[in-house]
Structures are given as C-alpha cells and as structure tokens.
Design a protein around this ligand. Structure first.
Ligand code: NAP
Length: 488
C-alpha cells in the first residue's frame, strides 16, 4: 500500500455505501467494487455495487419527496446550495486530494475542479430565486396568457469519471434549484468525490430523498429499470456518444426529457496573424488540462502553413518539459490516464498516426513505471487519414495539421461528426467574426484555450449532444412551462 496517513484519512472519510432516502446502506446483494489509484493501480477502498433493486429503491425515495421538495421556498433551496458551496470551499484541500487519489489529475488541477464544481452551486443558488413566468394579453385582446415554470420531476443524472465532482454539480445544482429530486449514478472509477458531495449536501441541510446516489459496476443493468419507469421524468447524461445514443433509444420508450453532454473533437485553429506566444500558452491549457482527458480538449491543431513548423516546435518544447508522475506530488504536471483501456486506446491512435506518416516530435510512448501513464506527445505532419483526426484522443497527445487558407481551415474544423467546442487564434477582427460564426460547435474559445465557466451555457451540437449546463440556460433543463388561459 503506497498511501500515506493523510491520504488514508481522506479516503476513510468518504462514504462507501449507497445513499438512499437520506441514509447510507450496503448494496442489497452485499457486493462491492474496487476503487483504484490509477497512479499505482493499488485499491484505495471498495464501494457498494448497487443492484437494479437498489436503483429502484433510490427512485422510490426520490419520488416520495418530489412534491414536498417542489413546494419548498426557492430561497431555502438556494441557501442549501450556497451552504454546500461554502463547505466545499472550506474543505477544498481534502476534496482535491480525494479526487487526485481516485482520478489521477495533479493536485493543483483537482483544486481547480473543486472550485469550478462549487461555482455551479453558487451560481444556481442565485438562480433558484429567479424562476418566473410571463403575463401577456391575448392578441385578440380578450383573454390573458399566463405561463409558469415548474420542476420537471424526478431525474436520473449519469456522470463520467473525468471531472468527477464538476460534472455532478453542473446537474445537481440546477436540479436542486428548480425543485427536482434525483438519483445520481457516478462513474465506477471515481465514486468517492460524489459520495463525499452527497455527505456535504446533507450537512448543508438537504432533506432526505432529494439526492440519492448509487454506485455500480454494471451501469446499464443497474439503471435500466429506471429508464423504463414512468415515474422518472428526466435523464441528464454526460459521457461518450455511443452510450448517449443507447440511452436516447431507451429514453424514447419512456418519452423522457433528456440532456446529452457527449464527446468532442475540438479543432484548435492558429492563423499566421495570431499572437504565437499566446497560441502556444493557451494550447498547453486546451490540450493538457486533465491530461487531455476532457471533452473540450484540443484534439486537432490546425496551424497555417507559415507558422506550423514553429508552433509545433514550441509546443513540443513545452510538452517535453512537463513532469509526469503521481498527482499527489507538488512538482507533477501530468498524472496517469484513468485506466489501462484508455492508455491502450491512446497508444494505438499514436501508432496509427505514425503508420500514416506522422513524425513524433516528443513523447510517443508509455513510460516504464507502474500506473497508467502516457508521455506528453506532439506529432507533426499528421495526415487527415489518421484515425485520430476523426476520433477523440482523450490523452496528452497533440497532433499538428497544417492548412493554407481560411476556407480550408474552417472546412477542416467542421469536418467532424462532433461539435462541442473550437478554439481560434487570430488578431484580425473580420476573420474572428467569420470564424466564430462559421464554426459548427456549441462553444468557441476566441484567442482563449479555456471556455468552462459556471455562468456560461456549456454544451454542443451535432454528435456532441444537446442541452446546456451552466449559465441562465442551465436551470431550464429542469423546468417545464405550464401555460394557463384566462378569460377576461
Ligand atoms: P462513458 O463510458 O459513456 O460513461 C459515462 C457514464 O455513463 C458512466 O457513469 C458510466 O458508468 C455510464 N454508463 C456506461 N454505460 C451505460 C449504460 N449502458 N447505461 C447507463 N449508463 C451507462 O464515458 P466516460 O468514458 O466515463 O467519459 C468520457 C466521455 O465523456 C468522453 O467521450 C467525453 O468527451 C465525454 N464528456 C463529455 C462532456 C460534455 O460536457 N460534453 C464532459 C465530460 C466528458 P460506468 O462508469 O459504470 O461505465
């Protein structure tokens, strides 16, 4: 066992049961699943492995309090979120350590995610009291048209492992603010950040049954019965596009309201009039945040011919200078990937690009050490026929492609099934406007490599999904509009 005393205390503080109706309990069959440290492959602890019956019990608990919760004054719902925000900020160090242990990202990045996650709770605490409706005169002049917003009802929220707390609060915050109850199913690799959040929300005064958390080794089988249960009214999913497609098919049978935050394949455009220092600095953030395991990670660097070679060389120098290691060490910039499957996929994509003629400028291999590490890698001269042009890499690999004209750049950027985010670097105002309008994505980083912000509507188009999380739009996903006709 390589965990030290402080790490052990943080792990031991995280609940390992299922959180149903305000109490922690073992899975009905008594089974558990292991939570691994991806930097060492050691087992950190075991958590309950829910059965489909446990999932139904969680929905029972959510349904039992839905009406009561919807009736709670918005200010009180908001204050629970605000108190949760404050506790999270107070305990940011321990929460960040817990996240690093189960997910691998360096401590500084975990601290950044904890703050980002808490911001959604602060934002939606403020939105809870701004739910309103409209009053209008009927065009014929006789009647009145009145609209009101009401909570959609019990929700199923499914989250991924890459941002184990923020992907949760982006859904839980608006659901709580809107007056919905919920069952949350975190990713099996990273359940502890979510169980810890549930425990903090309880401390902050969230009534039993509003938030229920089930951890499971077999997601499809466990939540399957909920997807066909007519008491469920909404499902919000963040994860891969193929799983999202499968869930949409199931949701169709039950006519569920759905939000889909799916995969990305972000283009990063650098024009030859760009501030190259800025483009390289921001590339390090757009590529290396979360070791590249981010839906908004720059997946394709499209650089104009005049600066392509210099950009690739400068990026390779910066990537080569990063320190790889266990994220708990202060000097480490790059942690391990989440598991062996992910590392194999990254290695295969790099090998495939090299087979297609790409040149490895730095990295290109897995270091010889325990844990699921992969070296920061820059590839130059990658042809668009390489698999990584169309696929999400989800690792610390930066392929550089080149283009000659603005039209060519836009065509390459849009030549993807995905449309989550794109980044563009240019100092020409006219070009900025043409490019931001021409990109087929839900978000654009203009001379900026980071778009995530609790106050902004995060989401994609095309195969990256639909629905928005954060901003004023975020709460709408959890509200339905009722219209009342009044004769006057
Ligand atoms: P994933 O394999 O799709 O899993 C996501 C979640 O869905 C996990 O909780 C998983 O549980 C669960 N799941 C898997 N199969 C299921 C099924 N048949 N029915 C119900 N739930 C099921 O994705 P991932 O590998 O964790 O996450 C990476 C992906 O998420 C990437 O494609 C990334 O781009 C995307 N992502 C998108 C956004 C966005 O906002 N657009 C943000 C972050 C990540 P298990 O853990 O048990 O498999």
């Amino acid at each position: 066992m390589t965990t030290d005393d402080r790490e052990r205390r943080v792990i031991d503080a995280a609940p390992t049961g299922l959180f149903i109706g305000g109490t922690w309990r073992a899975a009905s069959g008594g089974r558990t699943l292991a939570v691994e440290d991806p930097a060492t492959t050691d087992t950190l602890c075991r958590v309950a492995d829910a059965t489909p019956e446990d999932a139904t019990a969680a929905l029972d608990a959510a349904c039992a309090v839905q009406q009561q919760w919807a009736a709670m004054p918005p200010r009180e719902r908001g204050e629970i979120l605000r108190r949760t925000y404050e506790i999270i900020i107070e305990r940011a160090d321990e929460l960040a350590l817990l996240m690093t242990l189960e997910m691998g990202k360096p401590l500084a990045e975990s601290t950044g995610e904890v703050t980002y996650a808490a911001e959604f709770l602060r934002w939606f605490a403020e939105e809870a009291v701004r739910i309103d409706g409209r009053w209008a005169r009927e065009p014929g002049g006789k009647g009145r048209l009145v609209t009101m917003k009401q909570p959609v009802g019990p929700c199923l929220l499914i989250t991924p492992w890459n941002f184990p707390m923020a992907m949760g609060t982006r859904k839980i915050g608006p659901a709580v603010a809107a007056g919905c109850t919920m069952v949350v199913k975190p990713a099996q690799q990273t359940p502890l950040s979510m169980t810890m959040l549930a425990s903090i929300m309880t401390e902050a005064g969230l009534p039993p049954g509003v938030l229920n958390v089930i951890t499971a080794s077999s997601a499809g089988k466990t939540v399957g019965p909920l997807m066909t249960d007519k008491r469920l009214r909404k499902m919000s999913f963040t994860g891969s596009t193929p799983v999202g497609q499968r869930l949409m098919e199931q949701a169709a049978g039950n006519l569920l309201r759905i939000s889909m935050e799916l995969g990305g394949n972000a283009p990063y455009l650098v024009f030859d009039d760009a501030d190259l220092d800025l483009a390289v600095d921001q590339a390090m953030i757009a590529k290396m945040r979360n070791m590249g395991e981010s839906c908004v990670a720059a997946n394709r660097f499209h650089v104009q011919q005049g600066v392509a070679e210099e950009f690739a060389a400068r990026l390779a120098e910066r990537m080569g200078a990063l320190t790889v290691g266990r994220g708990t060490e202060a000097t480490v910039n790059v942690g391990p990937l989440i598991d062996g499957v992910q590392r194999t996929k990254v290695a295969e994509l790099v090998d495939n690009a090299v087979d297609h003629g790409a040149k490895v400028m730095v990295g290109g291999e897995a270091p010889d050490r325990p844990g699921y590490f992969y070296a920061p890698t820059v590839l130059q001269g990658v042809p668009q026929t390489a698999d990584m042009f169309a696929e999400e890499i989800f690792g610390p690999v930066a392929p550089v492609y080149s283009f000659s004209t603005e039209e060519e750049a836009l065509a390459a950027a849009n030549g993807s099934d995905y449309g989550l985010v794109a980044y563009a670097f240019t100092r020409d105002l006219g070009r900025s406007i043409r490019v931001m309008e021409g990109l087929e994505t839900g978000m654009v980083g203009m001379n900026k490599g980071l778009v995530s912000n609790a106050a902004a509507p995060f989401g994609g188009v095309k195969w990256s999904g639909f629905g928005r999380e954060g901003g004023r739009e975020g709460i709408e996903e959890y509200l339905s509009t009722k219209y009342v006709a009044i004769d006057a």
